[in-house]
Design a protein around this ligand. Structure first.
Ligand SMILES: Cc1cc2nc3c(=O)[nH]c(=O)nc-3n(C[C@H](O)[C@H](O)[C@H](O)COP(=O)(O)O)c2cc1C
Length: 371
């Protein structure tokens, strides 16, 4: 197999498309850089805000979503991605390297690529029209192919999940701090680093599904509209950084699949930010077998008027220039060799690469230590 490299314009087009990925608080905590034959993904800590929570789960899920979006975007443009995750043990914020190989675009690639531009986070209630049964099978398959499981919360486990979501809302309601955090990152209409409240309905209390209440909601909704959303929990067998990244990739696959068939969707993580509530979801919904990483509401929206797109940072903020100082510089030597030529298991920096890490080579957006 021959690994190649698309031209600059195609890379920019694909990454502009990829950056439509959902992120917690729309903070877009990612940065790409092209080094030799690879497109490198970093966690961009300059973007981390209080909305991201303290355990980095939401950040890694967001970066997993942009990684999957990037794979889809490249595939829709005729390039298949070979991904190496967490390639540099010295730099945990160096999340992935994407190697690209020319490939024929399939109808599924095209459909998912188109879904990227159509997908919106929809916080409004969904109608009682059932989600097609085949959908759950399809998203389970696609999530598994991306390294995570999707569990449909039904009957008792749905009741338990909804109750836990309300409990999270109640606790955040009495705890002024998270409420203020929400008000801080919602309610801004135009900023590229904020949730667009133009897409936010009024508060959900008493509507049947709990969720975040955003300041300055811009959407109206019928009084007391019940929510019949299907609730899916994306879970992983482990709870490490890789698992969370994979959960984001799987969540992205679910969202794009849903969009492709006309379903609306919304990610939710509020109850997972509270340790005992997360544990309750793990045992009550996932039978203790998986760690819950993100919850997805999916359903049909009665109002089919497209929601406005939430702004994103410009590509100049997403793709760092190739000649700028580089995070994970230790990997540079290894990355200059085609993937097929690298020894199996040689995912970390070479000894020479490590010893060359002496100066402030970091881009400033990661936690990379050059000591
Ligand atoms: C890890 C993660 C957690 C999120 N949590 C919530 C949430 O609790 N409530 C919500 O309404 N949206 C949530 N979102 C969706 C973001 O708010 C949304 O992606 C962002 O505002 C951009 O809007 P868009 O998805 O319509 O492009 C989450 C997204 C991610 C990736």
């Amino acid at each position: 197999m021959r690994y190649g490299m698309p031209d600059e314009r195609l890379i920019e087009a694909a990454l502009t498309h990829a950056a439509r990925a959902p992120s917690v608080g729309n903070i877009q905590p990612w940065r790409f850089r092209v080094i030799d034959r690879g497109v490198h993904l970093y966690l961009d800590r300059r973007r981390v805000s209080s909305a991201a929570g303290s355990d980095e789960r939401d950040l890694l899920v967001s970066c997993g979503a942009v990684l999957h979006h990037a794979r889809v975007a490249f595939a829709s443009l005729g390039w298949s991605a070979v991904v190496e995750r967490l390639p540099d043990q010295r730099n945990p914020d160096h999340l992935a390297v994407i190697d690209l190989v020319r490939a024929r675009t399939t109808p599924t690639d095209t459909a998912l690529g188109t879904a990227i531009t159509r997908r919106r986070t929809d916080q409004r209630p969904f109608s009682s029209q059932p989600v097609p049964p085949g959908f759950l099978g399809l998203v389970s398959e696609r999530a598994a192919a991306n390294g995570a499981m999707v569990h449909q919360a039904a009957h008792e486990s749905r009741r338990s999940l909804v109750e836990t979501m309300y409990e999270a809302e109640r606790r955040h309601g009495v705890d002024r701090h998270p409420r203020l955090e929400l008000a801080e990152w919602s309610g801004r209409y135009d900023g590229p680093g904020a949730v667009s409240s133009a897409n936010s309905p009024p508060g959900r209390a008493g509507r049947g599904v709990a969720g975040d209440i955003f300041s300055s909601p811009g959407l109206g909704e019928p009084a007391r509209a019940p929510d019949y959303a299907e609730l899916l929990v994306v879970g992983t067998t482990g709870d490490d950084r890789r698992s969370r990244l994979r959960a984001g990739e799987a969540a992205s696959a679910v969202l794009l699949t849903a969009t492709n068939i006309g379903l609306s969707s919304c990610l939710l993580t509020e109850p997972l930010a509270v340790p005992d509530l997360r544990q309750r979801i793990r045992t009550g919904v996932l039978a203790g077998a998986l760690f819950p990483q993100v919850i997805i509401r999916v359903g049909w929206q009665d109002d089919t008027t497209p929601l406005p797109a939430v702004p994103r940072h410009p590509i100049s903020e997403v793709l760092a220039p190739a000649d700028a100082p580089v995070c994970g510089a230790s990997s540079l030597e290894d990355r200059s060799r085609p993937l097929a030529d690298r020894p199996i298991g040689a995912t970390g920096p070479s000894a020479e690469g490590l010893s060359s890490l002496t100066g402030p080579t970091c881009c400033g957006g990661c936690s990379h230590s050059s000591a």
